[in-house]
Design a protein around this ligand. Structure first.
Ligand SMILES: [Zn+2]
Ligand SMILES: [Zn+2]
Length: 245
């Protein structure tokens, strides 16, 4: 499995870098996980967007879906050379209004997922866990045929259910929008919470993502590392970083 980080900021693009978007590849299968701001530009630098097999969205906040509309136009305007006749875009069905926008005539089709049944997409098996967030959002556990596993927490505040869901992940990508000293109501995790989650889940590698647009990211990593322990590799997301499992 290969994971390329196309964008990693939470909330809004900044510093020339976009928001949540990851290209997940195994064999010749191309899955786009989230489609945030600037995702289509970054995708075009990596593959032909018509070579996508599917898109999957963790939830419908704009920092995860901002480029869905332009991706739909891209497919609409390129009738030839598509990997799939119509691009499937997977999303949760708990928000029917946003789910319906995943349909675009002759370009994309909305497909539902839920946390009861794993989804099989090409070489991937994907299971879901509903997170704690103001709108329905789903963490994903993605395994390919080699048995390698990545877990993506999606947007969430910390809750214990994430530990079991993330157990023994080869790669854990967490929503780490806050430094350790964040006080008050949180709809995202802090660096310390991400580190603790990685340790308790026995994750091999932790990548902090959905990052804040300001502040020292090395401090964010240091705070997470203190909790994650020596057995877990900890880093923050880097633009265009390619992770091979
Ligand atoms: Zn977000
Ligand atoms: Zn969100």
């Amino acid at each position: 499995m290969k994971i390329k980080i196309l964008g990693f900021y939470g909330g809004y693009p900044t510093n020339g870098i976009g928001t949540s978007s990851y290209l997940i590849q195994s064999g010749d299968y191309n899955l786009l996980l989230d489609c945030g701001s600037n995702a289509l530009n970054e995708l075009q630098s990596t593959i032909n967007p018509l070579d996508l097999n599917a898109v999957i969205l963790s939830h419908y906040h704009h920092d995860h879906t901002a480029d869905v509309g332009v991706l739909q136009y891209y497919w609409q305007l390129h009738l030839n050379g598509r990997r799939e006749p119509i691009l499937p875009i997977y999303g949760n069905t708990e928000d029917p209004i946003n789910f319906a926008t995943l349909n675009w005539d002759n370009a994309t089709v909305a497909k539902g997922y839920n946390d009861l049944v794993p989804l099989h997409l090409g070489p991937f098996t994907i299971s879901f866990l509903k997170t704690h967030h103001p709108v329905p959002a789903f963490a994903m556990r993605i395994t390919d045929e080699s048995g390698k596993t990545m877990v993506f927490t999606a947007d969430t505040s910390y809750f214990d259910g994430l530990i079991k869901f993330s157990h023994d992940a080869d790669l854990l990508i967490t929503d780490t929008n806050f430094f350790a000293d964040k006080k008050g109501l949180k709809w995202h995790m802090t660096s310390e919470e991400s580190g603790k989650l990685a340790k308790n889940a026995n994750a091999k590698r932790l990548v902090l993502s959905h990052l804040p647009g300001s502040g020292n990211l090395n401090q964010l990593v240091a705070e997470a590392k203190l909790q994650a322990g020596a057995d877990c590799e900890v880093e923050h997301a880097i633009q265009n970083q390619l992770i091979i499992l």
